[in-house]
Design a protein around this ligand. Structure first.
Ligand code: GRG
Length: 302
């Protein structure tokens, strides 16, 4: 029953963020823009509005709700974060990176459009994310906006996602040790998930201790997200489980699963869920859905 409440809320929040993104990514020029090239906009929409789970937006909104923060600002920050996540997928799919033809069950942006369009759509989503947070329409005080922009830039940049992607590419040549794997994963996928949770606390004006608690929760579920992903990569009979490929496993990539095996990974995942729940314990019932989110991430099948 708890799980279905979580699933329903995830869908509800996904619908809200998709409605906002549909509006924001229309062909209609907005806020002083000279024009919006229709093909660029179509490529951006294809990269974003194509059926992702919208987990990161859920985490922003649910974390903000924990501190009683109203929806409009959280929704805009959530949309900004989804733009960044989507851009990373569009660029990750490019021939120079993973060279994937399909994403979220549809042709990748460079397949449907072309490579130049995919690069520009990704670039535009990345910059638009920061505009979205800083814009007047986001109802937060200037100090909060600067803090959010700074934290998001850090999470998406050198010490976060793009840095982690660089380490991941190097790992194909020189296999990292366990600490190296954990570090690269914390950066590549963990940093945005951690940001999602911490951003909610920031939007809700949480005290430093609670903000750190949410960030730690984000780190725990970020690691769980990656472990679950690695587990799916080896266990998913690719054709049947809905995951595109067991590509990493097939490429012999070093992951914690390849180092320690499936049983160890499952125990680790349970441990991370317990840790996430413990971090949220002071918030009591109000944090029930965030606790469910930890479970969902650890047990997800797609
Ligand atoms: C190329 C700048 C650049 C960064 C790439 C995050 C990343 C760095 C690449 C994504 C590659 C990938 C498949 C990583 C595994 C974890 C992951 C981010 C999966 C996709 O996230 P979900 O499951 O996807 O939240 P949806 O489609 O639901 O949004």
């Amino acid at each position: 029953q708890d799980t279905s409440l979580f699933q329903m809320t995830l869908l509800h929040r996904a619908a809200a963020v998709e409605a906002l993104l549909t509006d924001l990514l229309s062909d209609q020029p907005q806020d002083g823009e000279i024009s919006r090239p229709p093909r660029l906009m179509a490529a951006m929409r294809h990269g974003v509005l194509n059926g992702g789970k919208r987990l990161r937006p859920f985490l922003v909104m649910e974390s903000a709700a924990l501190f009683g923060a109203g929806t409009p600002a959280a929704l805009r920050v959530a949309a900004a974060l989804e733009c960044i996540h989507s851009y990373s997928l569009v660029h990750d799919d490019l021939p120079a990176m993973d060279n994937d033809d399909m994403r979220r069950g549809q042709p990748t942006v460079h397949r449907k459009f072309d490579e130049a369009a995919a690069i520009l759509a990704g670039d535009s989503l990345l910059t638009y994310a920061f505009e979205l947070i800083a814009a007047e329409a986001t109802e937060l005080d200037p100090g909060a906006k600067v803090a959010l922009v700074t934290a998001l830039a850090r999470a998406a940049g050198i010490g976060g996602m793009t840095g982690g992607q660089a380490l991941d590419l190097e790992a194909e040549k020189v296999k990292p040790d366990e600490a190296g794997i954990i570090r690269l994963q914390a950066m590549k996928t963990g940093a945005l998930i951690r940001f999602a949770c911490e951003a909610g606390a920031m939007i809700g004006n949480a005290n430093p201790e609670d903000r750190e608690r949410l960030a730690e929760y984000g780190s725990a579920i970020g690691l769980a997200f990656q472990l679950a992903d690695d587990l799916l990569d080896v266990t998913a009979d690719a054709a049947h489980m809905g995951k595109a490929t067991g590509k990493d496993a097939a490429a012999g990539k070093a992951t914690l699963v390849s180092l320690h095996g499936i049983d160890w990974t499952k125990r680790q995942l349970s441990g991370l869920v317990a840790q996430a729940e413990e971090l949220l314990a002071p918030f009591g019932e109000k944090a029930a859905l965030l606790k469910q989110a930890a479970r969902f991430i650890a047990e997800r099948q797609s």
